[in-house]
Design a protein around this ligand. Structure first.
Ligand code: ADP
Ligand code: MG
Length: 385
C-alpha cells in the first residue's frame, strides 16, 4: 500500500525525522490560507498523488506570493497529472501540499529497501539526490542491516561520511537514519525513499520529499497505517474484488482469467502468453469458492472492456467443481455475457461440474487440460476478430 507525500512526512516526522512544516489543501482558498499561516516569502505547491516524477511533470511549483499559491493550486487541483511513474493515464490531483520553499545547498538520496538477494533490509544512499537521480551515474552506497541487531551507529556514520555529512551534520544524520529505520520496522514498511534529503543554506538536514509503501499482508495489524489508504488512487476493480475476498490484479491483455490459487493463476497466464495472447488480469478465487464468489469474479472480470474471452481454470482440491459450475451458470444468467467462455475443470466433483455445464445449455468450450484451454481461449479471440 502506498501513501501520499504529506502522510509519509507526518509519519516520519512523528519518528523524529526533520520535515518541513506544511499545509494540505483541497481547494485554492485553503492553499492561500495555508501559505499565510506558514508565513515566509516563497512557497512550494506540491500535487499529492501516489507517484513520483512530479517535479519534472510540473506538479511541484514555486510561488512568490499567497495569491500565486492560490493560482497554482487552482491549476493543479482536479487535473490529471502524468509523470514518468504514473503511466499514460496519469493520476487526478485531489489535494496539494503547501510548504515554505527551502533554500537548498545540497540534494541527497536516502532510502530503505528490502534486499531480496541478501534477505535483509538495506540502507541505500547517494550524493546525487533530486529529480535527476535516474540519469545520475553517482555510486549508490549500501549497508545491509542485520535484523537481530538493527541499524548500527557505525553503519550510519559510514553512510554519512559517504554523503559528505561530517562536522555538525554527523550527529543529526545518524539520528535521522536511525529514526527512518525505526519507522520502517515499526510500520511494516517495504520501502522508504527520501529524495531529496537536503542540506539547507542554513546548514540543516531536512527530508523535502518522502515516499513510503507498506506490506499489504501486515496492514491488518497496523490500523493507523490502514487509515492512510486512499481508495481514489486504486483500481476500482481491485477494491471491489478485495471486498469479495478475491485476489484481483488488472493487466493489459484481452483474456480474462478466473483461476484458483496463485500458482495456477501464474501458470494460466504463462499458457495464454505461450499461445500468443495476453492475460487481462490475474484473479485468484481462492479455496472453497462458493457459486456467489465465482459469479462475482465474472462480474469483476467483465467490467474490463478489454476482455474479449474468459478462461476459467480450476484445479479443485478444497474447491468443488460443481460449485464452480453453478457459479458459471448463475453468472451467465445474471450478466448477459457476450464473450466466449472456455472452462477447464479438474479435481473434486469434476463429473458433477461437467454435467451441470453440459445441461445448462450454455455455449461454452469445455476442455480437459490447461494447454487445450489456453489454446481454445486464444483461438476464440481470433474467431471474434
Ligand atoms: P518528485 O520526486 O515527485 O519530483 P519532489 O518532492 O522530490 O517531487 O520535488 C521535486 C523537486 O522540487 C525536489 O527535488 C526539490 O528540488 C524541489 N522541492 C520540493 N520541495 C521543496 C521545498 N519545500 N522547497 C524547495 N524546493 C523543493
Ligand atoms: Mg522526490
Amino acid at each position: 500500500m502506498n501513501v501520499h507525500e504529506f502522510q509519509a512526512k507526518e509519519l516520519l516526522g512523528s519518528y523524529g525525522v526533520p520535515v518541513p512544516p506544511g499545509a494540505v489543501a483541497y481547494a485554492p482558498h485553503q492553499a492561500v490560507a495555508g501559505a499565510c499561516e506558514l508565513g515566509g516569502e516563497s512557497w512550494v505547491v506540491k500535487a499529492q498523488i501516489h507517484a513520483g516524477g512530479r517535479g519534472k511533470a510540473g506538479g511541484v511549483r514555486v510561488a512568490e506570493s499567497p495569491e500565486e499559491v492560490g493560482r497554482i493550486a487552482a491549476e493543479l487541483l482536479g487535473t490529471r497529472l502524468v509523470t514518468a511513474q504514473t503511466g499514460p493515464a496519469g493520476s487526478v490531483v485531489g489535494r496539494v501540499l503547501v510548504e515554505p520553499a527551502s533554500r537548498i545547498a545540497r540534494e541527497l538520496y536516502l532510502g530503505l529497501v528490502v534486499d531480496r538477494a541478501a534477505q535483509r533490509t538495506a540502507l541505500i544512499a547517494s550524493t546525487a539526490g533530486g529529480v535527476e537521480i535516474e540519469e545520475s551515474e553517482a555510486k549508490l552506497v549500501r549497508e545491509t542491516i542485520d535484523p537481530a541487531l538493527g541499524l548500527q551507529d557505525f553503519q550510519c556514520r559510514k553512510v554519512a561520511a559517504a554523503l559528505g555529512l561530517g562536522g555538525d551534520l554527523l550527529r543529526p544524520a545518524v539520528k535521522l537514519m536511525r529514526s527512518v529505520y525505526r519507522c520502517f520496522v515499526e510500520t511494516d514498511a517495504l520501502q522508504v525513499e527520501i529524495n531529496p534529503l537536503v542540506v539547507t543554506a542554513e546548514g540543516e538536514l531536512v527530508a523535502l520529499d518522502a515516499k513510503v509503501s507498506f506490506d499489504d499482508n501486515a496492514i491488518a495489524r497496523r490500523p493507523g497505517i490502514a487509515a492512510l489508504r486512499d481508495l481514489d488512487e486504486e483500481d476500482p476493480k481491485e477494491i471491489d474484488a478485495s471486498e469479495h475476498g478475491l485476489n484481483y490484479i488488472a493487466l493489459d491483455g484481452s483474456v480474462g482469467c478466473i483461476v484458483n490459487g496463485a500458482g495456477l493463476a501464474m501458470a494460466t497466464m504463462d499458457a495464454i502468453t505461450l499461445h500468443g495472447a495476453r492475460p487481462a488480469n490475474f484473479l485468484d478465487v481462492g479455496g472453497g469458492a462458493t457459486p456467489e464468489k465465482v459469479s462475482n469474479a465474472f462480474r469483476i472480470v467483465l467490467t474490463d472492456p478489454n476482455v474479449k474471452t474468459i478462461l476459467v481454470n480450476i484445479f479443485a482440491g478444497i474447491n468443488r467443481c460443481d460449485w464452480i459450475a453453478e457459479g458459471i451458470v448463475a453468472a451467465s444468467r445474471e450478466l448477459e455475457i457476450d464473450v466466449p467462455i472456455v472452462a477447464r475443470l479438474a479435481g473434486t466433483n469434476v463429473e458433477e461440474g461437467r454435467r451441470i455445464l453440459a445441461e445448462s445449455g450454455l455455449s461454452l468450450i469445455s476442455t480437459e487440460n490447461l494447454d487445450e484451454a489456453a489454446s481454445a481461449a486464444v483461438a476464440s479471440l481470433g474467431a471474434a476478430a
